[in-house]
Structure formats: structure tokens, C-alpha cells
Design a binder for this molecule. Structure first.
Ligand code: ATP
Ligand code: MG
Length: 561
């Protein structure tokens, strides 16, 4: 197995990955004059984090070698393909910053050339029209232990094959009645080489070519042709295609392309505690278990964007993950780590109280409002400061007050003094409870001498808590997330359904936010003091009534080694 690259955070990659080494070699040997890569999605669903890896890998290689990167839809299989998916994929690739060369390309634009390529193979005696049914083809194929048997139609003349293939195209045969097969070797140890089907009859309307064709090329035949037509130098794909590479090479060789593309495989990216794989995500969407393809608990690119992850964070994550030849799962916490690191210096640190408790400063003049200067980011002065209203009635977090605190609790409790962030010291003097004994109000007195920024040094307090001025507080829904599945409890139930983590979504209906957050627009993100990074939901927010999604909490167990 190839060595994995060693990525040291904050430095350049210190060793080249196996793909780079292969490309270096091809350039050295004169096999490659210009590096050209592509991302070839099938438009049958939304892209997910795994695709982001492929996109950034292909785009990154093109950048690194001063080459080109294309976006090409692999739309040779019309049944599952939809225009909605095409549009979402283009948007996601652009959002990730992978600038593709020229127009978006479609494999279906090459159907004419693929047909010609098939004719060429027939003329070379390298393809034949076969009348076996799908089931018979399977029987004749043999097994891993047993060689296959030649089709009785294998020795048709070139003329007959040409005529029959044309008739297939002209709609003379029913779906499945005939196929075109490559003539390779029925006793090959590689089953993919046992006279694979390269064209089938199928009356299906295609999203791009409509009803023009009733025969469609198979993926293994179409893909190398698409690559060769576009001048792709390195066709990077995932490991499941390794066994198909001999067929890829066969197609390219028999069609005599001048600069044959080279296929190189790498391991798919998997993440812990989430659902990757379009098929599985699609099921969750169709069953209404999640709120569409962009439900923030998913790892589709649309979901990551809606949740508030940045392209920079995703790029950094991919750098840390590296490229490998062995399948493994990456800890989801690493993605969170990258998001946090990226947002830390970029976002303003705002005050938002998720579980509000009233705090009343009895000696603060009723009706008086002060506008306090609050720095936006203590680690990045460039973000400046803002004015935040302060007065007699505030909200604080319920967890910042305890009537009977344990030792080492430095927040508010009867008799204790704390700092209200960017404001004054307050001392708890009294509490009010409801009939059930819950604390509903905390009463305090404040010391005007202790105003933040005034240079007061008279005494120190151990706790600082955040707050929001009640009369101008903005009420908002805030959503907290955990991973969609908890792998330690099993990903699937007995009936095959996904075992959804019941805590994957918690909605706080009435959080209290400082007034500036009421003006936030869709997609804006912030740090909420102590509670994490949050992004305005793009689907459910109304003007003046934002809904916030938590991107990541501030702390995690993940440590970069
Ligand atoms: P899925 O299994 O999720 O449906 P797919 O491989 O069928 O994915 P395609 O649209 O065919 O999806 O893939 C486009 C490209 O993305 C291919 O080159 C594929 O190898 C790559 N790709 C898909 N999943 C991953 C992944 N988890 N990690 C890295 N690359 C991936
Ligand atoms: Mg696929």
C-alpha cells in the first residue's frame, strides 16, 4: 500500500501523495504535457462531503500543475437523473470555489461520438451484437472461480453487426432484446473483461437529449470516451473502479486515442456518525425523516452551507484528511474543529441567551438605558466594536445562577458578585420563585464604579456572565444539533431503517438575543458568547425574525495530534 501523505498543520505538505507522485512520473516520462482533471457527478442526488473531497482533489491537482479542471455530468443513465440535481451540483461546486474551465459539460453531449466509437469497435472486430437476455448473459459470464462461455452470437460478421447495431439505434428492437458487447475474453480472471455490454436498448427520455436515443452506452464504455474527448490526462476516481481499470484501458487503446487518459483510484471519504451515500440520504429525504436535502444535520454540501460551514473550513478539512488508498472513517469532530478554527477570527462575538432567566438590578434607575461599547472579537481588533443597550432588566442564562451552588461555582448565587460582560459588577440580593419553586427572577444591585473600561481595580470577581437587555431583546428560535446517528448505538435498526439520534435536533423556541442580531440576514454567522457559532437559517428565517442554526459549539474533545 502507498504511504499516506504527512500533513503537518500550519506547514506545507511535507510529502507528496501517491497521485501527485504518479503525475510527476507521467510528466517526467513525457506522457503528460498538460494536466487536466474533471469532476464527473451523476446527477441523481445532491452532492455530499465525499464529493467535496473529489472536487477539491481534482481541482487542487489542476491548480498545482497549472492545468485545467472540468465539471462534467455523467448523465448516461437517464432513469434517475433530474435537472434539479444538475442545478444543485453546479451551485455546490461553485460555492466550494472549484472554478471549472469553460461551460459545464455533459456526457450526453458526446452520445454521437460514443455511437461512432462503438461502430469503430465493430469494424475492428472488437464488438458484436448479442441476442442473449440479461439473465443468459449472467449465466454465460461464469464466476470468480469458473471461466465464462462465449455467446453464440459472438462470431457474427462485421457487416451483420453494423446492420444490427444501426437497427438497435433506429428502434427496431424492444428494450433488452439486443445488446452490443465488447469482444474481449470470456475466460479473463477479471469478470469486467468478459465481453462486457457496452450499449443497451432502453426507451427512456433523457433530461438533455429527450427522446433522440433509444440506445444508451454503459458507464464503463462511456467514461473513458468522455475523458479522452475532453483531453483529461488523469481520471481520478474512487477505489470501487479499480477492477474496472483494465476495461478503461482497453477502451482507450482500442479506440486509438492519441493522448490516452490514465485512471487513478483513491479511497472514498467516510465520516463517523453521519449518513454518506446519496442513496441513503435520498431515503431519509423521501421518508420525510429530514427536512429536505439541505437539512443541517446532513452532510450534503447544501446542508453544510445552510448550517453555516464555510468553503474554507471544508478545504482545510480535506487538507488534513489527505489522500489515501485505504478505506477508513474520519472523526466528524475533525470537521467541527476546522469550522471552529475558520470562524474564530472572522466572526463577531455576540450576546445571546438561550435559556433566559430574568435579572433585575434594583438600584439601576428605571427607564434609563446605556449603550455600552462591546468589542466584536477580542482576538481580532479589526472587527471593531458595537454599542449594546444595557438597563435595569436583563436576561441571563439559567445555568449562570444557582441557589445552592457547589464549590468552585463562580457564577451568580445569593450574596455573590460577578461581572456582567462588558458592563458592571452585580451582587445577587434576592430571588423570586413561582409556586413550583422555580426561580423566576434574580434580583441584584450593581456598583456604578465597576464599569468595564473605566480602569476600576478596587476588587476582583471570579465569574463573568453574558446578558441581554430585556426591553429590546429579540426573540428567536435557535436550533442545536448533534450527529444524525450515534455509531456506538448502531447505525441501522433491525428493519434496516436508520437509527436516528433522538437528540440530533433540539429547538429552543424563545432565545433572547441582543438587538443587532434581529437585523441579521440569511447566511450571516456569529459567535454567541459561550454557546458556539451560529448561522441564520436560509430557509425558515423571516425578515426581522431570524432562526439560528448552531454550526459548532465552542469546545470539543477533538485534538489535533
Ligand atoms: P454515492 O455513492 O454517494 O452515490 P457516487 O460515487 O455514486 O456517490 P457520483 O456522482 O457517481 O457519486 O460521483 C462523482 C465522483 O465523486 C466520482 O468520481 C466518485 O468516485 C466521487 N465520490 C463519490 N463519493 C465519494 C466519497 N465518499 N469520497 C470521495 N469521492 C467520492
Ligand atoms: Mg453513482
Amino acid at each position: 500500500m502507498e504511504k499516506e501523505p504527512v500533513n503537518v498543520p500550519g506547514t506545507e505538505t511535507v510529502s507528496r501523495n501517491f497521485i501527485e507522485m504518479a503525475i510527476d512520473q507521467d510528466i517526467k516520462e513525457g506522457k503528460t504535457s498538460q494536466v487536466c482533471t474533471r469532476f464527473p457527478p451523476e446527477p441523481n442526488g445532491y452532492l455530499h462531503i465525499g464529493h467535496a473531497k473529489s472536487i477539491l482533489l481534482n481541482y487542487g491537482l489542476a491548480q498545482e500543475y497549472g492545468g485545467k479542471f472540468f465539471l462534467r455530468f455523467d448523465d448516461t443513465n437517464p432513469t434517475k437523473e433530474k435537472t434539479e440535481y444538475v442545478e444543485s451540483i453546479v451551485k455546490d461546486v461553485e460555492w466550494l470555489g472549484a472554478a471549472y474551465e469553460g461551460e459545464v459539460r455533459f456526457a450526453s453531449n458526446y452520445f454521437d461520438q460514443m455511437y461512432e466509437a462503438a461502430v469503430k469497435l465493430i469494424k475492428k472486430g472488437k464488438a458484436f451484437v448479442c441476442d442473449l437476455t440479461a439473465e443468459q448473459i449472467r449465466e454465460y459470464r461464469g464466476t470468480l472461480k469458473e471461466p465464462g462461455k462465449n455467446s453464440p452470437w459472438r462470431d457474427r460478421s462485421v457487416e451483420e453487426n453494423l446492420r444490427l447495431f444501426e437497427e438497435m439505434k433506429d428502434g427496431k428492437y424492444a428494450d433488452g432484446e439486443k445488446t452490443l458487447r465488447a469482444k474481449i475474453d470470456m475466460s479473463s480472471p477479471n469478470i469486467n473483461m468478459r465481453d462486457p455490454v457496452i450499449y443497451r436498448v432502453a426507451r427512456m427520455t433523457h433530461h438533455n437529449t429527450g427522446d433522440k436515443w433509444c440506445i444508451y452506452p454503459m458507464y464503463d464504455f462511456a467514461h473513458p470516451i468522455e475523458d479522452a474527448i475532453e483531453g483529461i490526462s488523469h481520471s481520478i476516481c474512487t477505489l470501487e473502479f479499480e477492477d474496472h481499470r483494465p476495461l478503461y484501458d482497453w477502451v482507450v487503446k482500442e479506440l486509438e486515442y492519441e493522448n490516452p487518459p490514465r485512471q487513478i483510484e483513491f479511497a472514498k471519504l467516510y465520516l463517523t456518525n453521519v449518513v454518506t451515500g446519496k442513496r441513503y440520504i435520498k431515503k431519509l429525504v423521501e421518508q420525510g425523516i429530514v427536512d429536505g436535502w439541505d437539512d443541517p444535520r446532513l452532510v450534503t454540501i447544501a446542508a453544510l452551507r445552510r448550517r453555516g460551514y464555510t468553503p474554507e473550513a471544508i478545504r482545510r478539512f480535506m487538507e488534513l484528511v489527505g489522500v489515501s488508498k485505504g478505506n477508513s472513517s474520519v472523526d466528524y469532530a475533525m470537521l467541527d474543529y476546522c469550522a471552529r478554527e475558520d470562524l474564530k477570527l472572522k466572526k463577531s462575538r455576540m450576546m445571546a441567551v438561550l435559556h433566559p432567566l430574568k435579572l433585575i438590578i434594583d438600584n439601576y434607575p428605571e427607564g434609563q438605558v446605556e449603550y455600552l461599547d462591546v468589542p466584536n472579537n477580542l482576538e481580532n481588533e479589526e472587527l471593531g466594536s458595537r454599542k449594546v443597550p444595557f438597563g435595569r432588566e436583563l436576561y441571563i442564562e439559567q445555568e449562570d445562577f444557582m441557589e445552592n451552588p457547589p464549590k468552585k461555582y463562580f457564577r451568580l448565587f445569593p450574596g455573590n458578585e460577578v461581572r456582567l460582560m462588558s458592563a458592571y459588577f452585580v451582587t445577587c440580593t434576592d430571588i423570586v420563585k413561582d409556586e413550583e419553586g422555580n426561580v423566576t427572577e434574580v434580583h441584584c444591585t450593581y456598583d456604578p464604579e465597576t464599569k468595564s473600561g473605566s480602569g476600576f481595580t478596587g476588587r476582583k470577581v471570579k465569574g463573568t456572565i453574558h446578558w441581554v437587555y430585556a426591553p429590546t431583546a429579540v426573540s428567536a428560535a435557535v436550533r442545536l444539533y448533534e450527529n444524525l446517528v450515534d455509531e456506538s448505538k448502531g447505525v441501522y435498526n433491525e428493519d434496516g431503517s436508520v437509527n436516528i439520534n433522538p437528540n440530533s435536533l433540539t429547538v429552543i423556541e424563545d432565545a433572547k438575543l441582543e438587538p443587532d442580531l434581529g437585523k441579521a440576514e440569511s447566511g450571516d454567522s456569529f459567535q454567541f458568547v459561550r454557546n458556539g457559532f451560529f448561522c441564520v437559517d436560509s430557509k425558515d428565517s423571516q425578515p426581522g425574525a431570524p432562526v439560528f442554526n448552531r454550526i459548532v459549539p465552542l469546545k470539543s474533545s477533538f485534538k489535533l495530534k
